[in-house]
Each structure stands twice: as structure tokens, then as C-alpha cells.
Ligand binder design. Structure first.
Ligand code: FAD
Length: 427
């Protein structure tokens, strides 16, 4: 990606390298004023976060703008239990400062390398029966609108429409800062349990996923599962009692989610307690997360469909196996964000890390979407899907309201791109 303050003219690509953007270049303003000027003088422009999405959600026919050259901002408001952060900052950077001052975010995704604004724009999530996606922590945001003016939107001042503006796929403007709810710093220990039969994951789903703060099960749908339990050393006050999952023994060695890759890339396991931000992500900030040589897809389903979906995936196991590196099962709590796949429903998430061969992978994604869509599946906004954008948007009850919100904020489509235009029939 670009390294200069001016447009490079070089084609930019995403982290996985499976998407070369059509953008004419990438700008990296050093100040919000410079950003405002870029937007005000552009016919088409769009924010690029850390570029970790696997599809064209971030693309534009104009220039992309990255915010990683803006001065870092992590401003804690003790009284409000909130932090205001620079939109282009990565979760790992924000988390370190929060931890040093005795604060924490409720949850994190599998890696700390991703930008705050980019994650919130696509409803990125971690795992935990009671934990919502990362965007649900946002209480206000500041963005540069199509005329270059700064606007602040907040849940408090506009509770009706704010839930439409957080998971917004970059369509409302370039977010410059976000305010997130924080809680007191906490510690987590993680253990991995190997050799868990998939039938047990299905039959004892509530027990397994309810027995720790954050739970992930990794499998290829042919063999057993390996279950990551991330436990808080002290529960958040008011938390309901955890379930018990009996008869299992933790692994005696550290594991990488993808078999065969050394666990040096992973956050500390074997039950050693550590700060929340060094345990909740699977991957350490100083190493390549996951495999690096991959593409991903993910389907989010109502939690009540977990056992049926698992059965369907087991039936597709032989079809999936040749192109799969690993699949991860997580749970995510409901929220009220219009474009969140978790909108008003507790979910089970089926994530797939595939080999980096999109032509071979897409037909398999299509096959599993065909089986899981009738169970209420919605694809992750930042990952691959075999569905057309308009079919994805049709899965959201508030899609029409979102279309109106975009038309109001950006009537001339300065932040438009084909992905969002098609999804919401904007142009
Ligand atoms: C190795 C790996 C692991 C992953 N693990 C998880 C996981 O655990 N859970 C999960 O849910 N997802 C996961 N993802 C997916 C990832 O979290 C999403 O794709 C997320 O959007 C990436 O954030 P980003 O900053 O790279 O966004 P980008 O891909 O750069 O952009 C995504 C969207 O955000 C918009 N955007 C970015 N910055 C701004 C801004 N300042 N203002 C307005 N809009 C903006 C863009 O325009 C675009 O529409 C993973 C991806 C990878 C590569």
C-alpha cells in the first residue's frame, strides 16, 4: 500500500492480496484539515482502514484515504467510562494505552492488527455468549462528510438513527474519531482442549460456549474440534453464572488454530493469566496473524441454529476439506445496529480460513451458503461470499432505512462504490 502523503498512483491491494483496488491512488493525510481538503476537492473518495477485508467493500473509483499518518489519539474520559480514539488506529495500539491506564475494551477480534474504524464499519466481532461485536461499544463518532465538513453523531443526541451510522461500510463519510465504552482492566487466561468430538460440540453447545468469557472451537468438520477457552480471572460484576463443561483436560502444549503452524504467533496459552488484550486475540501483534496465505469467509446465524448448522457442515465436510485451512465457531451477542449481522439476535459464527485460490474456494462457499441461508445465515461484510451484494442487503430489515441515511449524508455519492451501490440500490 501507499507510503507517501500524496497519491501514489500505484494499485493498492488488501492484506490478503486477493483484491487489487480500482482506486487511482492512496492518500495519507497528516492532519484532519488535510483530510477535509482532500474530501472537499474529490468527486469520489473512500476510507481504507488497515486493508484486512477480503472483498471490494473498501474500493472506490477515486482515491483511497488511509488515516494512519494522523497523530495518534487515545483520550480517556474516566467519568464517562469511555475512550475517544483516532479512527485509523489499530486495536493493538489503543489496547496498550488503555491497559496502561487501567482500562479495557470488552472484547477484541482474533487479531490486534486491524483498524478501529474499519472493524466497526463491517461489524467485526470476537467471541463470547454475552459479548457484542466491536461496533456495539461505539457511543459517538466524528466524520468528514462529502463537502469536507466535520460532523459528530452520537447515540445520546440521535438514538433513532445512530444505530444506522456505526456499521456503515464507509458509505457515510470518513470517520476520524470514535468514542468507545470501556471497563476496568481485567485479566484472562486461556486453555486449549483438543480432541473434542463434533457431536459433543453440537450436543453440549450451550455448556461449552457458556463455560468461559470467550470461547472458540476450531475444526475441519471431518475430525474433532479443538476448543479455546478464555476465562476472566475475575468475572465482570453482575455476570450470570457460567455453565460447567466437565470431563475434559487442557492441552499440555500451546497450539496455533491452523494445524502445523508454530504457536509462536499466538497469544500466551497454558492457563497463564495476562492482560485482556494479550489473551483475547488469538494472534500477537508482532507476528503475521492466522496464516497470511489465505482468504476468508464467514456466516453468522441465529444461535438456536447452531446444532443444525453444524450437522449441515459435517455433511459438506468432504467438499470443504480440500480447500479449507481451518474453520472457527464463535458466539456473539445481539445488538441494535441496523447492518450488524447480529441485529436483534444472538448468533453463532462459522468462520472459514480457506486456501488462497478464490476460483476453487467460491463454489464451496456457494454450497455452504446454500445450506446455511435457510437457517438465517448472513455473510460477514468484510469477507468473501458467493452472494450478490443486493441479496446480502436483502437479509437486513433496516436496509431501506440505511439507504435513506446514505442519501441524506452523501447525496452525490462521493463515498460511493459499486459494492455498496448495488447492495442498497443507491445508483
Ligand atoms: C487475518 C484476519 C483475521 C480476521 N479476524 C476477524 C475476526 O476475528 N472477526 C471478524 O469479525 N473479522 C475478522 N477479520 C475481518 C476484518 O476484521 C474486517 O475485514 C475489518 O473490516 C478489517 O478492518 P480494516 O481496518 O482492515 O478495514 P478495511 O478492510 O480497510 O475497510 C473495511 C471497511 O471499513 C471502511 N472504513 C475503514 N476506515 C474507515 C474510516 N476511517 N471511516 C469510514 N469507513 C472506514 C472501508 O471503507 C471499508 O468499507 C479478519 C481479517 C483478517 C485478514
Amino acid at each position: 500500500m501507499s507510503s507517501s502523503g500524496h497519491a501514489t498512483g500505484l494499485p493498492a491491494h488488501n492484506w490478503a492480496g486477493n483484491t487489487v483496488f480500482t482506486a487511482t491512488g492512496v492518500r495519507r493525510p497528516a492532519s484532519v484539515e488535510e483530510l477535509q481538503h482532500i474530501v472537499a476537492s474529490s468527486r469520489r473518495v473512500r476510507a481504507l482502514g488497515s486493508g484486512h477485508s477480503f472483498n471490494r467493500v473498501a474500493d472506490t473509483a477515486g482515491e483511497l484515504v488511509r488515516l494512519d499518518a494522523l497523530p495518534p489519539l487515545v483520550e480517556i474520559d474516566e467519568a464517562a467510562s469511555a475512550v475517544t480514539v483516532g479512527a485509523g488506529m489499530r486495536y493493538g495500539e489503543v489496547a496498550t494505552v488503555l491497559h496502561e491506564s487501567g482500562h479495557a475494551l470488552a472484547n477484541l477480534a482474533s487479531l490486534p492488527h486491524i483498524s478501529v474504524a474499519g472493524c466497526c464499519a463491517t461489524a467485526t466481532h470476537g467471541s463470547g455468549d454475552a459479548e457484542q461485536c466491536l461496533a456495539a461499544a461505539v457511543t459517538s463518532l466524528e466524520l468528514v462528510g462529502p463537502d469536507g465538513e466535520l460532523t459528530t453523531l452520537s447515540r445520546e443526541s440521535d438514538p433513532e438513527r445512530f444505530p444506522g451510522a456505526v456499521v456503515a461500510l464507509g458509505a457515510l463519510g470518513i470517520v476520524t474519531r470514535l468514542t468507545l465504552r470501556v471497563e476496568p482492566d481485567f485479566e484472562v487466561s486461556q486453555h486449549v482442549y483438543t480432541g473434542v468430538p463434533l457431536t459433543e460440540v453440537a450436543d453440549r453447545f450451550d455448556e461449552i460456549f457458556g463455560c468461559a468469557y470467550s470461547v472458540s472451537a476450531f475444526t475441519d468438520y471431518l475430525g474433532d474440534a479443538r476448543v479455546w477457552l478464555k476465562r476472566r480471572t475475575a468475572e465482570r460484576p453482575g455476570t450470570r453464572a457460567r455453565t460447567r463443561w466437565e470431563g475434559v483436560t487442557p492441552a499440555g502444549a500451546a497450539h496455533h488454530p491452523i494445524p502445523g503452524i508454530p504457536a509462536t504467533h499466538c497469544t500466551r496459552q497454558l492457563g497463564v493469566p495476562g492482560p485482556w488484550h494479550e489473551r483475547l486475540p488469538h494472534f500477537r501483534p508482532d507476528f503475521t496473524p492466522s496464516n497470511g496465505d489465505e482468504v476468508q469467509s464467514e456466516l453468522l446465524l441465529p444461535r438456536a441454529s447452531a446444532a443444525e448448522a453444524l450437522e449441515a457442515l459435517r455433511a459438506l465436510g468432504q467438499r470443504i476439506a480440500p480447500v479449507l485451512q481451518i474453520s472457527e465457531i464463535r458466539t456473539v451477542a445481539a445488538d441494535d445496529l441496523w447492518l450488524s449481522p447480529f441485529f436483534q439476535r444472538d448468533c453463532v459464527a462459522f468462520h472459514f480460513t480457506w486456501v488462497k485460490d478464490q476460483d476453487a474456494v467460491l463454489p464451496v462457499i456457494a454450497a455452504l451458503e446454500e445450506r446455511l441461508l435457510p437457517l438465517g445465515a448472513r455473510p460477514h461484510w468484510g469477507k468473501l461470499t458467493a452472494m450478490e451484494p443486493e441479496s446480502v442487503a436483502a437479509l437486513y430489515r433496516r436496509a431501506g432505512d440505511f439507504r435513506e441515511l446514505v442519501r441524506e449524508h452523501d447525496p452525490d455519492g462521493v463515498f460511493a462504490n459499486p459494492f455498496v451501490d448495488r447492495a442498497f440500490a443507491l445508483r
